[in-house]
Structures are given as C-alpha cells and as structure tokens.
Design a protein around this ligand. Structure first.
Ligand code: UDP
Ligand code: MG
Length: 317
C-alpha cells in the first residue's frame, strides 16, 4: 500500500467488548477532521474474541489492518510490531480504550506542522480517573525512574505522534525488551509537548493488573538504566565507613575492658549488612537475568497472523 498521511498503531488486549464502538468513534473523528489515515490494530494475544472483532473491522474498512501475536507479549512489543508493520510519513501510537482522545489528533498534527518537530509528545494534563493505588504506583514508579535516569517522565504517556525518521530509528533498536516511553525520551530529535486530558476508560477496567504493573515498572527500570547497580556500590561504601567507625569503637572498648556491652551492635550490624548484601545480590541477579534474556536473542514477539493491506515488511522480531 502506498504511504499515507497518518499511520495509527493501536495495541489491544482483551478488548472484544468495546473495540468495535471505539474504532467507529475514532474513524468518525478522523473522517470529520479530514485526515488521511491507516490503522494497525495489534492483538496482543487476547484470550477473548478480540481477534475476530479486529478481523471484522479490517474486512469492513480497507484502511484498517490487524495483526495478531501468538501470545501476550505486552503493550511495548505490540507498539513495536505496529510501528514495524506500517508504512507512512507520520505515526501515532494510542490506546484502544480511547483514553487518548481522538479529538486531539488533528491538533497534534497541526502542532507538528507548525513547529516542525519530529515528536509530538502527549502529556497528561491530569491523570483522569485512576484508582488511588494506581496513581500512587505510577507516581512512585516515575519518581524512581526519574531519580535513576535523570529523565522527565511523570505524566508522560504513550500517546505520541512521530515522524518517519524517529520510527525508523526506533525500529533499528536491537534490544529485545523495550520501554517505549523511555526509548522515545532517550532517542533525542526535536520534541514538543502536547497537553491532553485523559478520558474515562470506555468499557471496564485497566488491562494492567497490579502484578503486571509491578513487573512492567521493574522491567522498565532494568531496561532503561543501570544506576541501581551503582546504588549498591554506594550502599557498600556507606557501610564500609560505618564499619570503620564501629571497628575503632570496638577496639577502644576492648582495650578499656568494656567489650561485652557491644552485643546489640553486633546483632544490628549482622542484620543490616546481611540485608544489604542480599539486596545487592538481588539487583545484580536481576540484571544478569536481563543479560541472559538478551543473549538468548529470542524474538521480541511472534506474529501469528496478519490481515489487511497496510504495511511494509512483517517478520517476527
Ligand atoms: N494492552 C496491551 N497488552 C497488555 C495490556 C494492555 O496491548 O498486556 C493495551 C490495552 O488493550 C490498551 C492499552 O494497552 O489498548 C492500554 O491499556 P489500559 O487501558 O488497560 O492501561 P491504562 O490505561 O490503565 O494504562
Ligand atoms: Mg487505558
């Protein structure tokens, strides 16, 4: 298919109930705004009838294509697969639940034209209706990542409009597990921010369970920065200083004949040093497991099926 104005990538996981109406709303908005578009829906190994819905959508509208993973590989992999599969001048990534509202798309494209930026970065003006636990988790996660990497990520989202050069650069990344937001932040190019209000989720609850969210947070930190490794070094240094101080005190106690009273200190030291050692080993282990995963060189995802006419090349990544 010839390249077209806007290529939209939408990951979908267990969205059978709402995908049809959401896509109808999206297409209606795009038509109203007179945007020349094509959509790639990526079924991230849903266990419900999402794939049947996607196939029906792509049969009904030539501008819609879809591909299906052989299992759930995660949203990040789905975004990568969509970006790779699409041809176009501009690429937009958005959620299937329309929490990234289609009414902003035109504005984002205009902003890109006006500023000549390569990336229009959707920034959440408010976080919308999210549970307290989610909000706290999201805030904590970004705080850690910001502290560790020095990047501004709070209130950032996957709602991004990117030029072809950016997407080509992203597609060239060899690493298996990626954190899309971090990657786009890291990659450079000219960026402009676009503030948007998060809509309510059309349909039911978030597809990210707390367990999935925690795994995602850890994964993102590991794939993004190796600072935690150095934090363990810092902790060891601090404890080394403490050890020297306490060592001197112990020796003074010994020589002045009051050595037995140090029992509490010994217990405390054992506990603290033990836990710091265990923590350090855990952090090192986490990175080694990542290295192991990368060394295995397994594909980032496996495409089971692809439908529709959009697309450049499609191979398993
Ligand atoms: N999603 C996905 N794979 C997953 C989880 C989610 O492709 O394993 C998709 C989901 O279908 C939706 C988008 O990622 O289109 C955002 O998910 P959700 O709305 O559940 O996340 P939240 O808005 O809570 O961040
Ligand atoms: Mg959502």
């Amino acid at each position: 298919m010839s390249s077209c104005g806007l290529s939209i990538i939408i990951p979908a996981f267990n969205e059978a109930k709402t995908i049809r109406q959401n896509m109808a709303k999206l297409v209606a908005q795009l038509d109203a705004d007179e945007i020349d578009f094509q959509i790639m829906l990526v079924d991230d190994g849903s266990s419900d009838s999402t794939w049947l819905e996607l196939k029906a959508l792509s049969e009904a509208d030539k501008r819609i294509s879809c591909l299906r993973f052989s299992r759930n590989f995660g949203k990040e992999a789905a975004i990568c697969a969509g970006l790779k599969a699409m041809e176009g001048e501009r690429f937009l990534v958005m959620d299937s639940d329309l929490q990234h509202p289609p009414r902003y798309i035109k504005g984002m494209m205009e902003l890109m034209d006006e500023t000549g930026a390569d990336i229009v970065d959707g920034v959440k003006a408010d976080r919308g209706e999210e549970s307290l636990a989610y909000k706290l988790l999201a805030r904590g996660f970004y705080k850690i990542l910001e502290a560790a990497s020095g990047l501004e990520l709070n209130s950032s989202s996957d709602f991004k409009l990117m030029g072809k050069n950016v997407v080509d650069a992203i597609c060239d990344f060899p690493e298996g597990r990626v954190f899309f937001r971090g990657l786009v932040d890291w990659i450079g190019f000219t960026k402009v921010e676009f503030l948007f209000n998060v809509d309510r989720r059309e349909g039911d609850v978030s597809r990210f369970s707390t367990k999935k969210l925690i795994r995602f947070a850890i994964d993102s930190v590991l794939s993004y920065t190796s600072k935690p490794l150095y934090i363990t070094v810092l902790a060891s240094l601090i404890f080394f200083v403490c050890a020297v101080v306490l060592g001197v005190q112990t020796l003074i106690n010994f020589f002045t004949g009051t050595a037995v009273s140090g029992f509490t200190t010994v217990i405390l030291l054992l506990l603290i040093i033990g836990s710091v050692l265990a923590l350090s080993l855990g952090v090192i282990g986490a990175y080694i497991s990542r290295i192991y995963d990368e060394v295995k060189g397994r594909p980032r995802y496996i495409v089971q099926e692809i439908r529709g006419s959009c697309g450049r090349r499609q191979e398993n990544e």
